[in-house]
Design a protein around this ligand. Structure first.
Ligand SMILES: *[C@@H]1O[C@H](CO)[C@@H](O)[C@H](O)[C@H]1NC(C)=O
Ligand SMILES: *[C@@H]1O[C@H](CO)[C@@H](O)[C@H](O)[C@H]1NC(C)=O
Length: 710
C-alpha cells in the first residue's frame, strides 16, 4: 500500500528513535495481541512482558477492553464506558457512568495519547454528564493522571469543577454532627452490602441501607487532597489549600476514630438509618472488603494497629476465597444469598450483589491499597502480615479471573464471580468485557512499581515476588520521558541480571536485587497526537429517543432493517470481540451476499466538509462474516440524489477486525454513502464508519512500525 506523505503526521510526532531500537519487538507483540487492529495500539500503549504468561496476556487483553470502551462522541471527544452496550441507568446519550470513571482514568493515565483521559475528564464535569450519579473519585484520579503526564495546563482547568462537585456531596450526603459522609450502598455502586441487607432485616438490600462507609469517606479524603494539591500547583490560592487540607485532615481523623472497629480489626460501615433491625451509628456486624479502601487513598496512619486488618485479607476462612477476594465473609448470615434476578432469553440470571462475590472493581481497589501499604507504609509493612508475595499472588489470582469458564476460557471479564469456582455470576449479554475495574495500573504502578510523583523524579519500586523471573515494560511515557523498566532475576532472559531503569534509551539506574530506585527525570512536554473529530457520530438510538437530534442520520439500501442496528454503525463504538453475538455487538450486518451492491448512507442534515473515513469491518469465519469484495465512497453534494464517486479517492485495502482507511479530495456534502459488495455467501458487519474532514495518519502497521524505527 502506498500512502501520501501527508499521512505521516502521527508517526512523525510520536517517533521514539532512542527507545525503540532495543528491547521488546513491539510491532510483533502488537500484531500477536491485536491482529489487524494493532495500528491503534502501537504508538499509544506501553508494552510489557513477564515470565508469568497469564499476567502478560491479560495485560494486552485489558488494553483491548480499554480500546473497546472508548466511545467517540464526535465534537466532545472520547469518554470511557462501563458497559459494552447501553444500559437503562446510564447517562444518555453518552453512556457515561461516574462510578467507573476513577478506574478508567487510572488505566488511561498510561496511554501515551492523553486525549482519552483529558476529553473524558472535561466531559464528566460538563453539563452533559452527571459526576454525582454515584460516589466518585474524579478529582483524585485526575490528579494521579497528572502525576504520570506532568502537564500542568491540562489539569488546572478542572479545579473549579472539582470544588463544585466536592461541595455538592456536603449538601446531601454529609452528617454535620459526625463530620462523616454517608451513602446508600446502591449509589456507592455496591448494592446488597451488609448495611443494606441488614437494614431490610435480611429481606432485600437493593435499595436503602444508608451507611457511613469507608469508601465515600476515603474518596472525599482523596478528592480534598487532590484539590489542595492542584490549588498549590496553581498558586495564589492559599485559602483553598488550607480549606481542603483541613477538610482532609479532619476526615482522616474521624474515619480512624469512628470507622475503625478494634474488635473486628477492620474499617467498617456504621448504619445511618433507623429501621426495625438496625439503628443509627451502630457498626455493621462483619468485615467487608471495602475496609481496605482507606489505603487505596492513603488515608490511614502507618502503624501496627491498623496493619492487623490485612491478616483478614489473606485468611481463607475470611476474605480470601479460592478464586479471589470475597466482598464479605462466609460467617455473615446472608453471605452469597441471591436476592435479585434479571430475566434474559427466558432465563432468570442472578443479578449483581456485594454479599460475598468477587468483584474486579473492589479487587482493583484492594490491590492498589496493598501496593500503597507495601510501598510507603514502613511500619505496617514491617509487621509482615502481608508482603510482595501476596501482591503478586493476588494479582495472579485476579489475572486468572479474566479467563472465563462459561465462555470456553476465553478472555472475557464480567461483573462478579463465585469465590469458590471463579465462574461469573451475572452472565447477561451486557456483562461481556465489563469495564469497571483496573489492571494496567496495577501492573505498571504495582508489579513494575512505577510510583508517579509530582516532582521531576522517576521512582521505581517493583512489588513483584522473586518467583517472577523477569519482566520488562517499555514505551512508558513519564513526564514526557520514554521509560523502560526491566527485571531479570539471574540474567538468563535479557542477558543483564537485576533491575534497571532506562530513561530516553539510556540505562539511568540499576540494582542487582529488587529495590527502590530513583532517577532524575526532567519534565518534557509529551508528544502530541492528532485529534480528528468524527462528523458522522449519532449517539442516540432514534427508536428509543425520537426526540434526539435527527442528524447525522444513518440509513441503508435494504428495507426492514432494525434501525437501532443501523444507528450502531455510527454510534462511536469500535470493537471486534468475536464472542459478543450480533444482538450486543456493534454495527449493522448485511444479509448473505448475492453479488449485489449495498450501501450505508449518512445524511448530515447540513453541508459538511468531508475528506476521509475510517471503516471498521468485522470478520469471523465461524459466523460467516467477512469484509466486502470492494468498497467506494459516494457523495451527494446538494442532497438532491445526484450521487457521484468521491473524486481523487484513495482506498486502503479492506482489513477485517481493524481499520480500513479511505480518503478523497476535500468536498462539502449533504449526504455520503459507503457502497460495497459482500462476498458471495458471506455477510458484512459494518462495526463503524467514521467520516472526517481531515486526513488521518496511516493505519497501516508495517508503515507505522517502519516510521517508528522498527
Ligand atoms: C465492632 O463491631 C461489632 C459488630 O457490629 C460490635 O459488636 C462491636 O461492639 C464493635 N466494636 C467496637 C469496639 O465498637
Ligand atoms: C495507630 O493510629 C491510631 C490513630 O492515630 C491510634 O489510635 C493507635 O493507637 C495507633 N496505634 C499504634 C500501635 O500506635
Amino acid at each position: 500500500m502506498t500512502l501520501s506523505a501527508g499521512l505521516w503526521t502521527l508517526a512523525a510526532l510520536v517517533a521514539l528513535p532512542n527507545v525503540l531500537g532495543a528491547g521488546l519487538d513491539t510491532c510483533a507483540l502488537a500484531s500477536q495481541h491485536f491482529g489487524n487492529d494493532a495500528p491503534w495500539y502501537i504508538a499509544r500503549i506501553p508494552f510489557f512482558e513477564s515470565s508469568d504468561a497469564a499476567i502478560t496476556e491479560v495485560y494486552y487483553y485489558r488494553w483491548k477492553i480499554f480500546r473497546a470502551h472508548q466511545r467517540d462522541l464526535g465534537t466532545d471527544g472520547y469518554i470511557s464506558t462501563e458497559f459494552i452496550d447501553d444500559v437503562s441507568w446510564q447517562i444518555y446519550p453518552s453512556a457515561s457512568l461516574v462510578d467507573a470513571s476513577g478506574f478508567h482514568l487510572l488505566e488511561g493515565r498510561w496511554n501515551r495519547d492523553r486525549r482519552f483521559k483529558e476529553d473524558y475528564a472535561t466531559f464528566m464535569y460538563s453539563d452533559e454528564s452527571n459526576p454525582r450519579r454515584f460516589t466518585e473519585t474524579l478529582a483524585t484520579s485526575i490528579w494521579q493522571g497528572y502525576l504520570v503526564d506532568g502537564v500542568v495546563e491540562d489539569v488546572l482547568q478542572y479545579l473549579d469543577s472539582m470544588q463544585t462537585v466536592y461541595n455538592a456531596w456536603d449538601t446531601d450526603s454529609y452528617d454535620t454532627s459526625k463530620g462523616l459522609y454517608w451513602i446508600e450502598p446502591l449509589l456507592d455502586a455496591t448494592e446488597y452490602t451488609i448495611a443494606s441487607i441488614d437494614a431490610s432485616c435480611g429481606e432485600d438490600g437493593f435499595l436503602q441501607g444508608y451507611a457511613f462507609r469507608p469508601s465515600i469517606n476515603s474518596y472525599q479524603y482523596a478528592n480534598a487532597r487532590a484539590i489542595a494539591n492542584l490549588a498549590t500547583l496553581k498558586g495564589g490560592l492559599d485559602s483553598v489549600v488550607e480549606d481542603y487540607t483541613s477538610r482532609a485532615e479532619t476526615l482522616k481523623s474521624l474515619v480512624q476514630i469512628w470507622l475503625w472497629n478494634s474488635t473486628l480489626e477492620h474499617f467498617i460501615d456504621r448504619h445511618e438509618s433507623n429501621t426495625a433491625c438496625v439503628s443509627y451509628w451502630e457498626p455493621i456486624r462483619g468485615r467487608e472488603l471495602v475496609g481496605y479502601v482507606p489505603w487505596t487513598h492513603d488515608l490511614p496512619d502507618d502503624n501496627a494497629t491498623f496493619a492487623q486488618s490485612w491478616k483478614h485479607l489473606v485468611d481463607t476462612s475470611e476474605l480470601l476465597g479460592e478464586h479471589g477476594m470475597r466482598t464479605n465473609e462466609p460467617s455473615y448470615e446472608y453471605y452469597m444469598r441471591q436476592y435479585r434476578y434479571a430475566e434474559e432469553d427466558g432465563a432468570q440470571q442472578p443479578e449483581c450483589q456485594w454479599n460475598g462475590p468477587v468483584w474486579p472493581f473492589q479487587t482493583t481497589q484492594v490491590l492498589t491499597a496493598l501496593g500503597n501499604l507495601l510501598d510507603h507504609y514502613p511500619e505496617s509493612a514491617s509487621t509482615e502480615v502481608v508482603s510482595r508475595v501476596d501482591y503478586t499472588s493476588l494479582l495472579k489470582l485476579y489475572a486468572n479471573l479474566h479467563y472465563n469458564p462459561t465462555r470456553n476460557n476465553a478472555l472475557n471479564l464480567e461483573e462478579d464471580y463465585y469465590p469458590d469456582t471463579g465462574a461469573p455470576i451475572v452472565g447477561l449479554d451486557r456483562s461481556s468485557h465489563y469495564f469497571h475495574s483496573g489492571y494496567i495500573d496495577l501492573v505498571l504502578s504495582g508489579l513494575v512499581g512505577i510510583r508517579p510523583r509530582s516532582d521531576d523524579v522517576l521512582e521505581v519500586n517493583p512489588l513483584v515476588s522473586t518467583d517472577v523471573a523477569y519482566f520488562r515494560a517499555e514505551n512508558v511515557l513519564y513526564h514526557g520521558n520514554d521509560v523502560a523498566i526491566q527485571w531479570d532475576v539471574d540474567g538468563s532472559h535479557y542477558g543483564v541480571q537485576g533491575l534497571q531503569i532506562e530513561l530516553n534509551g539510556v540505562v539511568a539506574a540499576s540494582s542487582p536485587s529488587l529495590a527502590r530506585l530513583t532517577v532524575d527525570a526532567p519534565r518534557k512536554y509529551p508528544p502530541e497526537f492528532p485529534k480528528p473529530v468524527a462528523k458522522s457520530i449519532q449517539l442516540q438510538d432514534l427508536n428509543q429517543y425520537p426526540e434526539g437530534p435527527a442528524y447525522p442520520l444513518g440509513s441503508v439500501s435494504l428495507a426492514d432493517q432494525d434501525s437501532a442496528k443501523v444507528q450502531d454503525a455510527i454510534d462511536g463504538r469500535v470493537f471486534f470481540f468475536p464472542e459478543t453475538d450480533y444482538t450486543i455487538a456493534h454495527g449493522w450486518q448485511t444479509p448473505v451476499g448475492d453479488g449485489s451492491e449495498l450501501w450505508y448512507m449518512v445524511d448530515f442534515g447540513a453541508q459538511t466538509e468531508t475528506r476521509s473515513a475510517e471503516i471498521a469491518f468485522f470478520e469471523n469465519a465461524d459466523q460467516g462474516v467477512d469484509g466486502p469484495v470492494d468498497y467506494r465512497v459516494q457523495v451527494d453534494v446538494d442532497g438532491n440524489g445526484a450521487w457521484e464517486d468521491a473524486a481523487g479517492a484513495f482506498y486502503g485495502d479492506v482489513v477485517g477486525n481493524g481499520i480500513t482507511y479511505a480518503e478523497w479530495g476535500a468536498v462539502s456534502v449533504r449526504r455520503i454513502r459507503l457502497v460495497f459488495t459482500p462476498k458471495e455467501g458471506l455477510k458484512v458487519r459494518l462495526v463503524e464508519w467514521k467520516v472526517f474532514d481531515e486526513v488521518i495518519s496511516s493505519s497501516d502497521l508495517t508503515e507505522r512500525c517502519s516510521s517508528l524505527g522498527k
